[in-house]
Ligand binder design. Structure first.
Ligand SMILES: NC(=O)c1ccc[n+]([C@@H]2O[C@H](COP(=O)([O-])OP(=O)(O)OC[C@H]3O[C@@H](n4cnc5c(N)ncnc54)[C@H](O)[C@@H]3O)[C@@H](O)[C@H]2O)c1
Length: 388
């Protein structure tokens, strides 16, 4: 179905980027993911606010110099006035700019794929959601880990009742590369400067993925949280480790551990969900495997690529046959493909494959910021329970 859509549309979407210059961490990953299915052609960008970086990045991306900008407002204005103007824009600046950059395009009915967290705080997230609701254009968030086939398989299995009624949910995002703080404040990454997302920015940087993973797979959110955040690295100004207890409706419980300083851990996003009929567990560092333990039985390992055995959503998300690892870029590409198919499908006026609509959007962005702010309230009030 997806391939038919592209054939009927007859061309890739005209795509732009805000942020993601050659100086960025995540920009090239977006470009890799967008290339995979041929649905996007990069035609414009405000790849940096810095003229030299924007120019060099535009050269590397083979953009026409006249369509390389250093202001996203100017880009939105100019592109909206072109007949061949940009149709969809990725916003991958630091989070304090997500709201303004997304609004500049949405107000002109240009679709936006925005990095997480949706905004730097809850007030901005609610305002951006209003803009999304009043725009003709679509909006989604690159919670890239939800693109893994085995994460999508977990979502489908849980919603089909495979593990019964959920009782406990655990999700960690434990990484360990930031063990020292730069004594020169001017050289610190924005992630470690409180002026960007406050001292609890760990919640936006990696907590956003963890809470979205719970929401995406289990279809629910905690109703209250008890958070303790600490700074373990000398000289650091923001929290770099957090333990959070989660209370779900019906007196069910959960737990989340977030860390930038778990020595030796590479990129440890993982979840375990326990229901009254079984459990599921998954680890980002071995993403092709989902462990399912039905109650009273031995664990079995579900693996990617078994199109005839997976759920339809899991199969929709696989690109390769069993035994061929797909990895992070193809997971990221699933979000790009599904979002493009939402846009192209609505342009063509055709019924969409329901699987393309699982890409997180503005509602999930607001959820994340509600969680973020409840955790901050809890921590600031001496780690007491606070409602979302
Ligand atoms: N989905 C993921 O797994 C993932 C991974 C890493 C980062 N991120 C998110 O992506 C976003 C960017 O993170 P990063 O690590 O790449 O940041 P970064 O600081 O490495 O790069 C930011 C980029 O934005 C550009 N920029 C800054 N201000 C700008 C402006 N006013 N106009 C245009 N461009 C501007 C910079 O020049 C740079 O190219 C953040 O929201 C971050 O949380 C997501």
């Amino acid at each position: 179905m997806s391939y038919d859509l592209l054939a009927d549309f007859g061309r890739p979407l005209r795509w732009g980027m805000v942020g993601g210059g050659t100086d960025s961490l995540i920009g090239e990953t977006h470009r890799l993911a967008a290339r995979v299915d041929g649905r996007y052609q990069l035609v414009t960008g405000c790849l940096s606010y810095d003229p030299a970086i924007a120019k060099r990045s535009a050269e590397v991306c083979l953009l026409e110099p006249s369509r390389s900008y250093t202001s996203f407002e100017a880009m939105a204005e100019a592109e909206a006035n072109r007949e061949d103007g940009v149709e969809v824009v990725t916003v991958c600046t630091p989070p304090h700019l997500h709201a303004a950059a997304s609004e500049a395009f949405l107000k002109r009915d240009i679709a936006v794929l925005c990095e997480k967290p949706m905004t730097k705080n809850l007030a901005e997230a609610r305002a951006l959601k209003e803009t999304v609701d009043s725009s003709q254009a679509k909006f989604a968030l690159t919670h890239c880990y939800t693109g893994y086939p085995m994460v999508r398989e977990a979502r489908a299995l849980i919603s089909s009742g495979a593990i019964g009624a959920i009782r406990q949910i655990e999700c960690d995002f434990v990484s360990g590369p930031f063990l020292d703080e730069n004594p020169d404040r001017s050289k610190r990454h924005w992630r470690f400067l409180p002026e960007y997302m406050g001292t609890a920015s760990i919640l936006g940087e990696i907590g956003a993925h963890a809470i979205n993973m719970i929401s995406y797979t289990c279809g629910e959110l905690p109703q209250s949280v008890l958070a303790k955040m600490v700074t373990l690295t000398p000289g650091r100004e923001v929290a770099d480790d957090a333990q959070i207890l989660l209370q779900f409706p019906g007196n069910r419980i959960g737990r989340m551990w977030l860390s930038f300083v778990a020595t030796g851990s590479e990129h440890g996003l993982a979840f375990r969900v326990f229901g009254d009929k079984g459990s599921l567990q998954w680890r980002q560092e071995q993403p092709e495997q989902l462990i399912h333990t039905p109650r009273g039985e031995y664990a079995r390992t579900i693996t990617s690529g078994h199109l005839d055995r997976l759920t339809p959503l899991g199969a929709h998300s696989c690109r390769l046959r069993e035994g061929h690892p797909e990895g992070y870029v193809l997971a990221f590409a699933n979000l790009y493909r599904d979002f493009a198919d939402q846009i192209i499908g609505s342009r063509l006026g055709v019924a969409l494959n329901p699987h393309v609509s699982t890409v997180p959007g503005a509602d999930e962005g607001v959820e994340t910021l509600r969680f973020f702010e409840a955790c901050v309230r809890s921590n600031d009030a001496g780690s007491t329970w606070q409602n979302l």
